[in-house]
Design a protein around this ligand. Structure first.
Ligand SMILES: [Zn+2]
Length: 391
């Protein structure tokens, strides 16, 4: 979905204001590069809509009073929620500054129909709102994250593992049950939104997020906007082909996909094959992986070779991405791994060998341990981003 020039300028102004508040209108000229006239027009609209407030404060240079602008910290909120692959619903209510005023975890009842899931999500959000005491009229937007394939632009979900097949207008269903304008997105995109809006160190406007989990997902920010494809779908980075001939079979029906070599489930599957152990069910996989990491820390060579192989393949895949896209930064979110320096070194030498020489060592790569609360932060960021652009 392309923003109009007005929406883009408004989003830019509010993002700069959030990062630097309190600021004067003159400060905003330097921070945004917009003209004084544009800033006056946008701030008048934001004041009228209650998104920002004006307050008198002494000028830091002259001591004379000046009018500063801040985001309205009271009376206006967004709500965000994410369904995890384990069936938990993580919800937050935040004010326009992104400060959390309510956080809640629900266990979702089992469902296989999208309509039932949408009704359950709307019911859970209504419960969190009631608990918080925030009136529905004070919530500008709801953001919902799902662990599946989502057309973010149309608010339609087309795939979640173990659910019925077919397209379902998920955002519209939640919105009609809840009475709050609702947006929906894929969970990996939410992790990128969380990094951009709430991540440590203030990411640049151009970065790629890779999430290494049971599968592998990717999301790209360009010029401060999340990039989605022509069909609103996020990059299926886990299914790029890394071993074209005689590659491992993937659940997508293809072979040689990246995530059959360097995801948590790939490491577990290969370990079980080599050791003759029964493969755990999906809900037990993370616990099983933690046990494997204890054995790896104790010197298990089988697990070490599987992790090293995973890091080498990830290095090649990231090198291909850098060669194609030249991002400023890549953030890799993954599980907590023991002996991490040795693994990072295997990744780095594989990347260095595989990337186009002129781009070598230009892109910064950060590794972070994945925190499930980032999904809820991403869901509120999805809602905040829309409020900032168009209310
Ligand atoms: Zn695949």
């Amino acid at each position: 979905m392309r923003l109009t020039d007005h929406e883009y300028n408004r989003l830019l102004l509010l993002k700069k204001l959030r990062a630097h508040e309190p600021v004067s209108r003159t400060d905003l000229i330097g921070l945004t590069g917009l003209t004084g006239g544009t800033i006056t027009a946008i701030t008048a609209q934001l004041l009228a809509q209650g998104l920002i407030i004006e307050e008198r404060s002494p000028d830091r240079g002259t001591g004379r009073p000046r009018m500063d602008l801040r985001l309205n910290p009271r009376d206006r909120y967004v709500i965000g929620t994410t369904l995890t692959a384990e069936g938990k619903l993580l919800t937050q209510i935040v004010n326009l500054r992104g400060e959390c005023i309510e956080s809640h975890v629900d266990e979702m009842p089992p469902a296989t129909r999208f309509a039932d899931l949408a009704a359950n999500v709307a019911r859970a959000l209504a419960g969190v709102l009631e608990k918080s005491g925030v009136q529905r009229g004070a919530i500008y937007r709801a953001g919902v994250g799902l662990p599946g394939v989502v057309d973010h632009h149309r608010g339609v979900v087309t795939y979640i593992a173990s659910f019925e097949s077919g397209a379902f207008p998920f955002a519209a269903a939640v919105e009609s049950a809840l009475g709050i304008p609702t947006l929906v997105d894929n969970n990996t995109n939410l992790l990128a939104r969380a990094e951009y809006w709430f991540g440590a160190g203030g990411l640049s406007d151009d970065f790629t997020l890779l999430a290494v989990d049971l599968g592998i997902g990717a999301a790209l920010y360009k010029s401060g906007q999340l990039v989605t494809g022509a069909h609103g779908i996020e990059a299926e980075f886990g299914h790029i082909k890394i071993v074209p001939d005689a590659g491992r079979a993937c659940h997508c029906g293809g072979a040689g996909c990246l995530q059959t070599y360097c995801s948590i489930s790939a490491v577990i599957e290969q370990y079980c094959l080599r050791e003759g152990v029964e493969m755990p069910g999906i809900l037990s996989m993370r616990g099983f992986f933690r046990e494997l990491m204890v054995r790896y820390a104790a010197g298990d060579r089988t697990i070490e070779s599987l992790l090293m192989e995973a890091c080498r393949y990830l290095g090649i895949a990231v090198a291909n991405h850098i060669t194609m896209q030249d991002p400023e930064t890549i953030v890799v979110l993954g599980p907590d791994l023991p002996n991490f320096p040795a693994l990072r070194s295997a990744f780095a030498s594989s990347l260095s060998r595989s990337v186009y020489p002129s781009l070598r060592r230009r892109t910064r790569v950060h590794f972070r341990v994945k925190d499930d609360q980032n999904y809820a932060r991403g869901a509120v960021a999805l809602a905040l981003e829309r409020v900032f652009a168009e209310r």
